[in-house]
Design a protein around this ligand. Structure first.
Ligand SMILES: [Zn+2]
Length: 400
């Protein structure tokens, strides 16, 4: 592998944080980008041909530990409480070795799909060390922002998970906290995670506003979630309901964290969206194919973007999505959300994810940013033609 500077050129370069460039060139090495120019490339440039060069993609939310699944758990249209019961039944016995092998698998799958940065929810103990040497991998391995998941409606269970999270976070200053979800994590533990995030500067990610059933549980203490928790033997009558406006309380609480990622956000109303928009340290991660798997009503992504909320894309795990190919989320939106401009969709898949994870050196092609790039076949003569190619073609990693 060469570590010297080189220049690449292609039919199109899409910097994301700047206008699309027809022709043009990029000077880079194996680590970072040094120069992006719109002029005629030097003769020594490596011509990638009829492709659009994109930044490495950002998968802002997944659970790599499920990457060994060959298909999602349950049938499309399953309710979230039913699905969670099945996941707990099928994966409750997952051991550490299996988790670590799945994580390594998931990282390889992501690298092959031109993903450069991953926001991963982890169940400690686990690690990211099974990737082998960089020389043995043809693709650059993505960086990981790992969030240690904390949950448990009983005190002993949530305390044990809190302890495991502390051990995991000691491995890396960039790792963060993940109180799992309002239906699985007591408010007291959510507050403990937020306090720790605020104090340490670590990020925090939480599944929030996933379904109307979640809102019913939090406002009334009844409904499909209450029934499912009772059936699993973990119902705790002291914890539910919260109050009349539980999601507003939660938004305010998460806004005290150093950086908060609100994952899913399927069920937010306008008042809640305005509340999120008041906090520049909060972002939303939308998982389009997982949203479709559960057959939820249309996602408020348009209203979130209009309100100025940073919206990133995630695949979620292979327990609710057939693969970890983030471009599948892009294509799903181009097909089903034609109200969203393709440039906005590309931004959600790149720069917005990087910003949500606190890694602005990813997700854009500009000097100082990482040089993990993707290339997508296109012979388009206009940018609209390039966006048309997005619908049928997938990016592959630019060779290093
Ligand atoms: Zn998730």
């Amino acid at each position: 592998m060469s570590d010297t500077h080189r220049v690449i050129t292609a039919r199109w370069i899409l910097p994301v944080d700047g206008e699309p460039i027809q022709g043009g060139w990029i000077r880079l090495d194996d680590h970072q980008i040094f120069e992006v120019q719109t002029s005629k490339p030097p003769t020594a440039a490596i011509d990638l041909g009829d492709v659009a060069v994109l930044p490495g993609l950002v998968n802002a939310h997944t659970h790599l530990e499920f990457s060994d699944l060959s298909q999602p758990i349950g049938e499309p249209g399953i309710t979230l409480p039913q699905w969670i019961s099945m996941v707990v039944r099928q994966r409750g016995d997952s051991d550490v070795d299996r988790r670590n092998r799945s994580i390594a698998d998931g990282i390889q799958q992501s690298a092959a799909a031109s993903v450069a940065l991953i926001g991963d929810i982890a169940t400690p103990p686990c690690h990211y060390d099974l990737l082998g040497s960089e020389e043995s991998n043809p693709n650059a391995m993505p960086a990981i922002v790992s969030f240690a998941e904390v949950l448990g409606l009983s005190r002993p269970r949530s305390d044990a998970r809190w302890k495991a999270a502390q051990d995991h976070l000691a491995c890396d200053d960039g790792f963060g906290y993940s109180p799992h979800a309002p239906y699985s994590t007591p408010r007291e533990m959510i507050t403990r995670c937020v306090d720790a995030s605020a104090k340490s500067g670590r990020p925090l990610a939480m599944h929030v506003a996933e379904s109307p059933a979640e809102r019913e549980l939090l406002t009334a203490g009844t409904g499909p979630f209450a029934d499912a928790l009772a059936a699993m033997g973990v119902w705790n009558a002291d914890l539910f309901p919260w109050d009349d406006r539980p999601l507003e309380w939660l938004i305010d609480e998460l806004s005290r964290s150093s950086r908060g990622l609100l994952v899913h956000a399927n069920d937010f109303g306008d008042r809640e969206i305005q509340r999120i928009a008041q906090h520049s340290n909060l972002s939303v991660v939308y998982c389009p194919r997982t949203h479709a798997f559960f057959d939820y009503p249309p996602h408020p992504v348009d209203r979130l973007l209009q309100a100025g909320v940073l919206v990133a894309l995630g695949t979620d795990s292979r327990a609710s999505n057939p693969d970890l190919n983030l471009w599948g989320e892009v294509q799903h939106l181009l097909r089903h959300r034609t109200d969203l401009p393709p440039a906005d969709v590309l931004r959600m898949a790149t720069a917005s994810g990087a910003d949500a994870l606190g890694r602005p050196d990813y997700g854009r092609i500009q000097p100082g940013c990482r040089s993990i790039l993707g290339m997508l076949p296109t012979n388009a003569k206009s940018i609209d033609g390039v966006y048309e190619s997005f619908r049928s073609e997938f990016p592959i990693p630019v060779p290093r």
